[in-house]
Design a protein around this ligand. Structure first.
Ligand SMILES: Cc1cc2nc3c(=O)[nH]c(=O)nc-3n(C[C@H](O)[C@H](O)[C@H](O)COP(=O)(O)OP(=O)(O)OC[C@H]3O[C@@H](n4cnc5c(N)ncnc54)[C@H](O)[C@@H]3O)c2cc1C
Length: 693
């Protein structure tokens, strides 16, 4: 008889326990068990904080699946899709092609993913805390911060490097805060320029209490101990944004810090999202025996599943304790199904909770008994040592912990080249992105929002706004190409999201792509400070000329956000300037359109099959390009408007009421500004000629 095939998707607590139990119960001659997990190891999440805090090495918290699961075929391909109708999985075969595989039973145990996107800027500036890479990178970063603090020449910068912010005070947030606090404070004795009192560790928590899952007395104990160890806990405080400088809270306060670790926010994986099955808050709903509702041969367990516990009729919490039990009981149920026996509902009485809070202290609730302090900490270590999946891991972790008791924590770090990165950055309105005179480190492209370029000169100590840049514009190229400090300051005018490229990667790209280099060189020439120096007379005229005097009224024909391509073709044909403004429903500026934009849209439509073209001509403009155009505000100087046009290589700009009020006032044209300067210079020449004659 052909062996039945059971495919397990995932390799965490639930999947491993499932595969282990099933392998024990089913002879290998009758069943083939395949386990697909993105990594070739199980991550022991409860010890991730210890990895981040350098009290154990990363490999001690990762157990190789292949060695843990003899008799199970462990694969590292990622499953892309599950076709429940045809009982097939689709996975990336590692060589760029998709392979399909039939199964008799599938078990989905792919956990959940961290979702930092719930708070603006978190993805760009915070460390997640879910996978081994997060903990490892965080540890590297913390040690790096201490090195930076040692080298910092001003106290403000040193404080930034020594300030650590942890978002969320559930189990992982509390354990992480304890570990970071311990690592940095205990290591301060190896540095000369800071002391343990200079270290600032802050936990931000949106609720009135930390550790909501444990008893109030233990919670209170944990809070007091943590505060005594120097950790600041901000309760009832919600993080609303993260930037390069720190975390903004819902009360408007800006918490400054060079390290942000976010322990909140999870989301189902893309594969689970794509599954067309009943779900509860993104988790797969199962029947009592853990089969997916409406499916006879598909099961879901662990964090990705919504399983009601028959013990208390409540949904199972997303913990390793529950995931393991679900794995074991689901395997036994599958064996019952294969034997034609009735299945049993998932039933489990939680054993308790353990949480380490740093400084050899913990809180514990086990089998109804409560403990706190050193004893609880000892218990915590003992339980997790015992829970580690293999003897080799147990011995490794025990040795690391023993080492940690006798010797200081390891402060070595692998120096990765900080000039080769490509990442995102988020800034709030008013934040400085870089300042004049600073060393150039990155090239930035604006993905969203606007920035203003400021320059201080010998005449003016206060830097003046000299131009505005918007979506698609870039900056930083002049200083990087010329290997000189920044000649201007760049400040966010609205909330801004940037794509940033490290200096070495930027230089290599510029050297390899001649077209990119040419684009940059042209921008450098257009934006050069020399231009203003050479045109200093024009500049002083424009600085004095109110923008209002040059604004042209709004055209009579304007497009709406809902206008179609056909509308645009018609209206543009009747507009001599060839430039159109597009308004949103509230009469605010939504976009601009000129002949070359329209030509690109028409060219795209021309490339589609003939029978689709008529439909596309009637599509809204918004389907073809995004709004949010660059504009200047009424209170900007004419010099700013002119420099903005020069910097972007454009000939006109919309003018809005102010930075906060995007109501349209009119437009301003480069030609009119140039005329104004020419007339004023001619008048000045005539006056001086009259004076000399
Ligand atoms: C920092 C931290 C500390 C924690 N501490 C505790 C604790 O002290 N006690 C406790 O009980 N719980 C703790 N938890 C919660 C616990 O870790 C989770 O509840 C548990 O890991 C869930 O197990 P799982 O098997 O459902 O998923 P996971 O353990 O997350 O495993 C899922 C696996 O599936 C893989 N995968 C995902 N999609 C695919 C795909 N398409 N193809 C192939 N593989 C895929 C992933 O790579 C991952 O390896 C902690 C969690 C974190 C993040």
């Amino acid at each position: 008889m052909k062996p039945i095939r059971i495919v397990v998707v995932g390799g965490g607590f639930a999947a491993v326990q499932f595969a282990k139990t099933l392998r024990r119960k089913l002879p290998a001659s009758e069943s083939e068990i395949l386990l697909f997990n993105g990594e070739n190891h199980l991550v022991f999440h409860p010890l991730l904080a210890d990895v981040a805090g350098a009290s154990i090495n990363a490999d001690a918290a990762a157990a190789p699946l292949r060695q843990m699961l003899p008799g199970v075929d462990c694969r590292t391909e990622r499953v892309q899709r599950i076709d429940l109708r045809s009982s097939e999985i689709e996975f990336d075969d590692g060589a760029g092609a998709l392979s399909r595989m039939h199964y008799d039973h599938v078990v989905i145990a792919c956990g959940a993913e961290s979702n930092l996107g719930i708070i603006p800027g978190m993805t760009d500036h915070a460390f997640g805390f879910k996978v081994m890479r997060d903990a490892f990178d965080l540890r590297q970063h913390i040690v790096h911060q201490m090195e930076h603090a040692e080298a910092a020449t001003d106290s403000e910068r040193r404080r930034r490097h020594l300030s650590f912010i942890i978002v969320g005070a559930g189990f992982s947030g509390v354990e992480l805060a304890g570990e970071i606090n311990e690592l940095v404070r205990s290591s301060s004795r190896f540095y000369r320029s800071f002391r343990r009192e200079d270290v600032v560790v802050t936990v931000v928590h949106s609720q009135a209490q930390i550790l909501p899952e444990v008893a109030p007395t233990l919670r209170e104990f944990a809070r007091k101990k943590m505060e005594k160890a120097g950790i600041t806990i901000l309760l009832n405080s919600r993080a609303v944004a993260a930037t390069h400088d720190g975390v903004e809270l819902d009360n408007g306060r800006m918490l400054k810090g060079g390290t942000i670790a976010c322990t909140i926010g999870t989301a189902p994986s893309a594969m689970v999202q794509a599954l067309d099955v009943p779900k509860e808050r993104g988790r797969i709903r199962t029947t009592a025996d853990m089969r997916i509702e409406g499916q006879a041969n598909a099961w879901a367990i662990g964090d990705c599943a919504y399983i009601v516990n028959a013990f208390d009729n409540k949904p199972s919490p997303t913990t390793a304790q529950f995931a393991e039990r679900q794995g074991r009981q689901a395997a036994l149920n599958l064996v019952r199904v294969l034997n034609g026996a009735p299945t049993r509902p998932f039933r489990f009485k939680a054993l308790g909770q353990l949480c380490s809070i740093g400084g050899y202290q913990a809180v514990a609730e086990l089998f109804g008994m409560r403990a706190s302090g050193f004893l609880a900490w000892f218990l915590w270590r003992g339980v997790y040592l015992f829970k580690l999946p293999t003897w080799s891991r147990r011995i490794k972790v025990a040795l690391d912990w023993f080492w940690d008791l006798l010797f200081p924590r390891d402060l070595s770090f692998l120096n990765t080249d900080a000039t080769r990165y490509l990442n995102h950055a988020y800034f709030r309105a008013g934040d400085f992105i870089h300042r004049q005179g600073e060393v150039a480190r990155v090239f930035s492209v604006i993905e969203e929002g606007e920035v203003e370029i400021l320059q201080a000169s010998e005449e003016t100590t206060e830097p003046k706004i000299i131009a505005v840049l918007g979506k698609g514009d870039f900056f930083g190229e002049g200083a990087l190409l010329g290997s000189r400090p920044h000649e201007t300051t760049v400040r966010a005018r609205t909330p801004v999201r940037l794509r940033q490229v490290g200096s070495a990667l930027f230089s290599e790209t510029a050297a390899v792509f001649p077209a990119f280099r040419e684009l940059l060189d042209n921008a450098v020439i257009r934006r050069s400070g020399d231009l203003w120096r050479r045109l200093s007379l024009g500049r002083s005229i424009l600085d004095r000329e109110p923008l209002a005097s040059l604004i042209e009224p709004l055209p009579t024909e304007m497009l709406r956000e809902s206008s179609t391509v056909a509308d645009a073709i018609r209206v543009l044909g009747e507009t001599p300037s060839g430039e159109l403004l597009i308004l949103d429903e509230e009469q605010r500026l939504w976009g601009t359109l000129d002949r070359s934009d329209l030509f690109q849209i028409v060219a795209r439509i021309a490339l589609t099959p003939t029978n689709e073209q008529e439909v596309l001509i009637q599509e809204k403009l918004g389907e073809f390009f995004q709004g949010n155009p660059l504009s200047v505000a009424l209170n900007d100087s004419t010099a700013v408007a002119f420099a903005t046009m020069l910097a972007r290589g454009i000939t006109w700009l919309p003018v809005v009421q102010s930075g906060d009020d995007p109501r349209l006032i009119g437009t301003v044209r480069g030609e009119r500004i140039a005329n104004c300067v020419a007339q004023k210079i001619a008048r000045m020449d005539a006056n001086s000629a009259r004076a000399t004659s």
